[in-house]
Design a protein around this ligand. Structure first.
Ligand SMILES: Nc1nc2c(ncn2[C@@H]2O[C@H](COP(=O)(O)OP(=O)(O)O)[C@@H](O)[C@H]2O)c(=O)[nH]1
Ligand SMILES: [Mg+2]
Length: 327
């Protein structure tokens, strides 16, 4: 497992100051105090966004400041409050307070929101200080300061790339072909009980972590064949690669079943970037393969993990998809 980790500073908005003002109107010489309260400073909130897969944006922008509340004004007008600042982060992000190492927020569900730093309350205007003994107070409060915190953000990822396929599709063979990992490879289902991880190198020293996720069968989303445990691993990858054996009777159906199982488990998984690779193409005559290609979506890729045919395109596509997520 590797961890995406960034430290940031958040400063919620200060409250706006209360106002000192007196009601003035023709023929009413001594109107009462009517200074309004200051506005509330911006809160800073974290939101779990299922479309996000890394904390990369936060590496380049580390300080987040909320707006201050506006001052109150006469005629009991409250100052405008600062707008809430929302930090969008991947599901599974944890925020720790660096001053005491406590976990402040742990976002587990898509769409979940949690407050990181509270904006300051606006100060009371002078109307608030009116009393029987003081009919014309000239006091008002300053706004309260907004909270300021040093936070660490942590996202525990299993891998950049998750290979998703039926048992025997050829996932472990792909991982073994492109990395130094040596997962068990065999002709029977469920040889892979835990995800195997390997480092796959691209050109120019770039690399990614690839996970061979245990085989998915129909019903996995209901827990069949250790389904839930496997699907949880898939949630912690940034790019899904669907792996389908070219000898499948109906490649589109098989691909569809895989996607459906993921969707039933976590519907946001279908929005995650994905590629589809048709593998074991060395086992099929060129002419048959041509026929298959004609029927399948143009973006599908074709690979033999044994002969390495198609491997350059395969790796380039992965690199490109991962790069997209970095921009
Ligand atoms: N000829 C050939 N056989 C393959 C290829 N990929 C996998 N296999 C075979 O298919 C079987 C299942 O492969 P494996 O990688 O264990 O599948 P997994 O269950 O998806 O991990 C094994 O017998 C592999 O040797 C390939 O590209 N070409
Ligand atoms: Mg395997």
């Amino acid at each position: 497992m590797f961890v995406d980790y960034v430290e940031i500073e958040v400063q919620a908005g200060n409250g706006g100051p209360g106002c000192v003002s007196f009601h003035t109107e023709k023929y009413i010489p001594k109107g009462g105090p009517d200074g309004g309260d200051g506005g509330h400073g911006s809160n800073i909130v974290a939101v779990a966004d299922p479309h996000m897969t890394t904390l990369l944006d936060y590496r380049y922008h580390r300080k987040y400041k909320g707006q201050n509340g506006r001052p109150g004004s006469g005629a009991l007008k409250t100052g405008k409050s600062g707008e809430t600042v929302k930090l969008r982060v991947p599901v599974g992000t944890i925020f720790k307070n660096l001053d005491n190492n406590e976990i402040v927020v742990d976002l587990k569900e898509p769409g979940e929101e949690a407050e990181l730093a509270r904006g300051g309350r606006g100060g009371k205007g002078n109307h608030f200080f009116k009393s029987a003994t003081n009919q014309a107070p000239r006091t008002s409060q300053p706004g309260e300061p907004g909270e300021r915190l040093h936070l660490a953000m942590e996202l525990k990822l299993l891998a950049d790339v998750g290979l998703v396929g039926q048992p025997n599709a050829g996932k472990s063979t792909i991982l073994a072909a492109f990395s130094a990992a040596r997962p068990k490879i065999a002709d029977y289902p469920f040889t892979t009980l835990v995800p195997n991880l390997g480092i796959v190198s691209f050109r120019e020293y770039k690399s990614c972590v690839m996970a061979d996720i245990p085989g998915l069968i129909k019903g996995a989303a209901e827990g069949k064949g250790l389904g839930h445990q496997f699907l949880k691993h898939i949630q912690r990858t940034r790019l899904l690669v669907y792996v389908v054996d070219c000898n499948e009777d109906n490649i589109i159906d098989t691909r569809g079943t895989l996607e459906k199982e993921l969707e039933e488990f976590d519907e946001t998984l279908t929005e995650r970037p994905s590629l589809t690779v048709i593998t074991k193409i060395d086992t099929m005559p060129e002419s048959d393969l041509k026929e298959i290609k004609n029927k399948l979506p143009a973006e599908y890729m074709y690979l033999s993990a044994v002969s390495q045919k198609g491997s350059a395109e395969f790796l380039q596509a992965i690199e490109r998809e991962l790069d997209k997520q970095r921009t």
